[in-house]
Design a protein around this ligand. Structure first.
Ligand code: SOE
Length: 389
């Protein structure tokens, strides 16, 4: 059977991780890469062993061999490029956020539906086997009714005033940073696990480093520029930190904190579910561990193991217990589900997707909007449900 052919736009931090995950599937082939100049495209394509290099993504969209495009560009380019991919009739897998505003993400969702293309957004944390196990336990009622959900997503790669990256500029990253960049993952994962929408928020945001030093050289996501000697001062207008009270659709409550300035926390997405029978906790930095809290017997730790996981979670784990899987494996699951859907010829309008779609990407944008509004107006704000159409 012929392999599904793919093109990648953007090769910063995330593009190469997509390429690696795709290559692990076997039935999909990355045939093209686009960068913003022919020289950069050729250099990256050679380094990543990709046959076709395009100095303009529009040229790659004309390539009739390519059926699927991954949008791995900085945030401000997502909307225009996603739109052009759909209009070119290609399936699309976009990085989050889908666009810069929720009216744009609504437009993309409607357009993707109209053109019948398969649409995915890379909310990869729901693809961990342990997260699937929790979602399955919630569905089967093992934890009881989930009363409360609380947690955080903490990083430290923006701790120093000399840490700088395109994500800090609203023009490139958007009006929200910590909430849109990592809070979006927390909300998507928790909504997925609980099976409930976040419907209302009350938020407090802060920019704890109001002026940063930008090196003349520039730095990629997760890299340091501390060795640089020449800097310019830049006023920061997006949040390093947020704490958000949430209400879910069934009236249950929760709270989460996001921060990109928490020393020692590298990529710590964690959440705890307090159910009427038991509690459960998961932390992305130790992804194989699931903690269960009990009232009447000693608490337990379950280590990820296909022999012990529920049937729904088993397809997400690929090695026997003790052979730990992590971030790249969850991303592989994302690709497996997205490309499995395409290979099976499923219809995005009819068939249930086992990955986050543009509908989830749009919901995420609406939550970010509500959080920004809540902070500005210092009150509870409803997540605008009518925009989910
Ligand atoms: C930077 O905060 C970042 O790369 C996010 O953009 C990703 O979505 C997250 O998975 C890891 O951190």
């Amino acid at each position: 059977m012929e392999k599904i052919k793919v093109g990648i736009i953007g090769t910063g931090f995330i593009g190469p991780t997509h390429i690696e995950a795709i290559r692990r599937l076997g039935f999909v082939e990355v045939v093209g890469l686009a960068e913003n100049s022919q020289a950069a495209a050729e250099q990256k394509a050679a380094a990543l062993s990709i046959p076709k290099a395009y100095g303009s993504y529009q040229d790659m969209l004309q390539d009739p061999d390519i059926q699927v495009i991954h949008n791995c560009t900085p945030n401000h380019l997502h909307f225009t490029i996603n739109k052009e991919i759909i209009l070119a009739g290609k399936h699309v897998l976009s990085e989050k956020p889908l666009a810069m505003t929720s009216s744009e993400s609504a437009e993309l969702l409607a357009l993707a539906k109209q053109h019948g293309v398969v649409h995915g957004v890379n909310f990869n944390y729901r693809q961990y086997a342990a997260v699937q196990q929790l979602a399955s336990m919630v569905r089967t009622g093992d934890l009881g009714h989930i009363h409360l959900v609380h947690g955080s997503y903490l990083q430290d790669w923006l701790l120093y005033e000399t840490d700088f990256n395109w994500r800090l500029s609203p023009e490139a990253g958007g009006n929200s940073r910590a909430v849109a960049d990592i809070g979006s993952h927390w909300c998507d994962t928790v909504q997925y696990v609980t099976g409930k929408r976040i419907t209302e928020v009350f938020a407090d945001l802060a920019t704890v480093i109001p002026v940063r030093k930008k090196s003349k050289g520039g730095a990629a996501t997760f890299t340091s520029q501390r060795e640089e000697t020449e800097y310019e001062d830049v006023e920061i207008r997006t949040e390093d930190y947020a704490s958000v009270l949430i209400k879910l659709e069934d009236g249950s409550r929760g709270v989460f904190t996001v921060s990109q300035v928490s020393a020692g926390r590298k990529n710590r997405l964690s959440f705890e579910l307090d159910g009427s029978k038991h509690a459960a906790f998961w932390n992305q930095e130790e992804p194989e561990k699931l903690w269960f809290g009990h009232r009447d017997k000693p608490n337990e730790v379950l280590l990820a193991d296909p022999a012990l996981f529920l049937p729904d979670a088993k397809p997400f784990i690929h090695h026997p217990g003790g052979h730990n899987e992590g971030w790249p494996d969850a991303l592989k699951n994302m690709m497996q589900n997205f490309y499995g859907f395409i290979r099976a010829g499923k219809d995005p309008q009819q068939d249930q997707a086992s990955f986050a779609t543009f509908a989830d990407g749009h919901i995420s944008m609406c939550i970010t909007d509500a959080i920004l509004r809540s902070h500005a107006e210092q009150r509870w704000v409803k997540v605008a449900e009518e925009e989910f159409a």
